[in-house]
Design a protein around this ligand. Structure first.
Ligand SMILES: Cc1ncc(COP(=O)(O)O)c(C=O)c1O
Length: 364
């Protein structure tokens, strides 16, 4: 509240003020990101990525089907054709094996999602992209403070996008961040961010007036959002520590102890776990419905997502008809358990015990 009050009494309530700059500095210093720009949402950060990729009609972008709409929508709005990749068998991420068969002379971009903050195998994807001259955009919406072989997620592809929506580990209500890892894009990113003008250069005293130089939009969040975010960045270790403790408590009780057909995916050795999500895989949609109902009857609200994009009402006629069975399985079978900062570890234990007691019904 103190920081919000400070903004109320400051001369800058719009974007790119002191709190925005503090947040930028934090992310650039802590994670070594070359250039970051806070945005009004993860969707906006992805839209900026898509604009920076400079797509032309007929260009193709490979995107997982098992993701939030924005991962695909951002590229579609730029006139590209979205080609959906299936997820892996072991977790919802896409791998180079899923991507390779989809690449042709029209492919320009691969957009990966690090599902639940668990890294895709980025070395293989980056090597392949390099060999074919493709850009890589990391949808790191879930991935704050998560790493691949010691490198922070969002900082590996050419561009990265984070979300600070209220469902994420750190949040500004609605919010997001563009990460520019390839220097070629830095100047244009700032211009797109500032409604197509070079106002950021003007504020730095690099030009004596600013004007319209390119496409753009109003992607900057206000100082209120940045101040709210800053308060959490100051506490990020505590927030992450608490989330990891909750995740570990679920895991301690559940992993290796479930004999009711529910599966807990493994975390690959190359990935860290930022405790964004604790999720389980049920054997079928019918099973998941019954399982979630059982939890609800015991006062526990679990959730599911995503509805596969390739078979969505908006895209199914545009999709090329390929079956994406792993994506469908996650769409039908994945359940997210409660995981939020205020959740008590005793309650986590109670939820885990409820899950262990769920009896498998053979008709599922
Ligand atoms: C994988 C993924 N990408 C992008 C987004 C969009 O982020 P935002 O809600 O901040 O626009 C989300 C939102 O949950 C997401 O889960």
């Amino acid at each position: 509240m103190r920081y919000l009050d400070e903004v109320c009494h400051s001369t800058t309530m719009s974007g790119n003020g002191d709190f925005t700059k503090k947040c930028h500095k934090f992310f650039e210093e802590k994670y070594g990101f070359k250039k970051v720009l806070l945005c009004t949402s993860g969707t906006d950060a992805l839209e900026m990525c898509a604009m920076l990729c400079d797509l032309k009609p007929g260009d193709e972008v490979i995107v997982p089907s098992y993701t939030f709409v924005s991962t695909a929508l951002a590229f579609l709005r730029e006139g590209a054709k979205v080609v959906f990749a299936d997820s892996g068998k072991d977790n919802p991420n896409i791998s180079v094996d899923d991507i390779k068969p989809l690449v042709n002379e029209h492919t320009k971009v691969i957009s990966v999602v690090h599902y639940a903050g668990i890294a895709c195998d980025m070395d293989a994807i980056m090597d392949f992209a390099k060999s074919r001259g493709l850009l890589v955009v990391e949808d790191a919406a879930h991935s704050i403070d998560s790493y691949y072989k010691g490198r922070p997620l969002g900082g590996i592809g050419h561009l990265g996008a984070f979300s600070f929506h209220e469902t994420k580990n750190i949040s500004s209500g609605e919010g997001g961040m563009l990460v520019v890892n390839d220097e070629r894009f830095i100047r244009r990113a700032e211009i797109i961010w500032e409604k197509g003008t070079n106002r950021a250069e003007f504020y730095r005293g690099m030009v004596n007036k600013y004007g319209w130089c390119d496409m753009g939009s109003s992607f900057l969040p206000s100082e209120f959002n940045a101040a709210y975010l800053w308060a959490q960045l100051e506490q990020i270790q505590d927030i992450q520590g608490k989330r990891v403790a909750i995740w570990n408590t679920y895991d301690k009780f559940l992993r290796g102890n479930l004999n009711n057909g529910i599966v807990i995916p493994d975390i690959p050795a190359y990935a860290t776990n930022n405790a964004h999500m604790y999720y389980l895989l049920c054997p079928s949609l019918k099973y998941r419905t019954a399982f979630m109902e059982y939890l609800k009857e015991h006062g526990v609200i679990s959730t599911f997502h995503y509805l596969p994009l390739h078979s969505s009402s908006y895209y199914k006629d545009k999709h090329d008809g390929r079956e994406l069975p792993n994506c469908d399985r996650y769409g039908d079978c994945l359940v997210r358990l409660p995981l939020y900062y205020e959740l008590d570890l005793d309650d986590v234990e109670k939820i885990a015990k409820l899950i262990l007691d769920f009896k498998r019904n053979e008709s599922f």
